[in-house]
Design a protein around this ligand. Structure first.
Ligand code: HEC
Length: 150
């Protein structure tokens, strides 16, 4: 009985103090992270095809894909739980050791992706989305250069 009570107290303490980081296994965080980026990559590929003229520009479809990327840009910050730097991951240790600069990379991605979704909502031509698409894609490349292993 005493053991049971202390186990219960122990788990209550853990709920309040251990937080999400201690609960999620690093391999699960890595799977979630890669999955999130695959969603982003998939929808970005559609935008890229339209930008390059490999696919006809469809304003509604462009806006729909841009909206998904903007939503996902808010999911990504949850995917870098401490301890998820080890395993089958290309995430560089600098994500955690240089957290201030990583946060800047995350924030600029969120800002540009959100702006792209906004611009796309009212755009009727490819030229109206081209420069904001480039600004957004630049934030992908900048983060990959600094924080993703080859
Ligand atoms: C703030 C940093 C950051 C931004 C911004 C970012 N990425 Fe990434 N991306 C990463 C990191 C880190 C990984 C490696 C994840 C891992 O292996 O755990 C990654 C992985 C990926 C992957 C591979 C997923 C897999 O299955 O391994 C794709 C595809 C991808 N990113 C596409 C994009 C696209 C497209 C954008 C922009 C629209 C983007 N990323 C923006 C940091 C970023």
């Amino acid at each position: 009985m005493k053991a049971l009570i202390s186990a219960i107290i122990g788990s209550i303490l853990c709920i309040s103090a251990c937080g999400v980081a201690a609960q999620a296994k690093p391999e699960d965080v890595i799977k979630f992270r890669k999955g999130a980026y695959q969603v982003i990559g998939w929808h970005n590929a559609t935008l890229a095809r339209m930008i390059k003229g490999e696919m006809p520009f469809d304003a509604a479809e462009f806006a729909r894909n841009a909206e998904i990327i903007a939503v996902m840009s808010n999911v990504v910050p949850n995917a870098f739980v401490a301890g998820s730097d080890k395993g089958e991951t290309r995430a560089k240790p600098e994500i955690w050791s240089d957290a201030a600069n990583f946060k800047k990379a995350v924030d600029s991605f969120r800002a540009e992706a959100t702006k792209l979704a906004q611009v796309s909502k009212t755009a009727t031509t490819l030229d109206q989305v081209r420069s904001q698409y480039a600004a957004t894609a630049k934030t992908c490349g900048a983060c990959h250069d600094n924080f993703r292993n080859k």
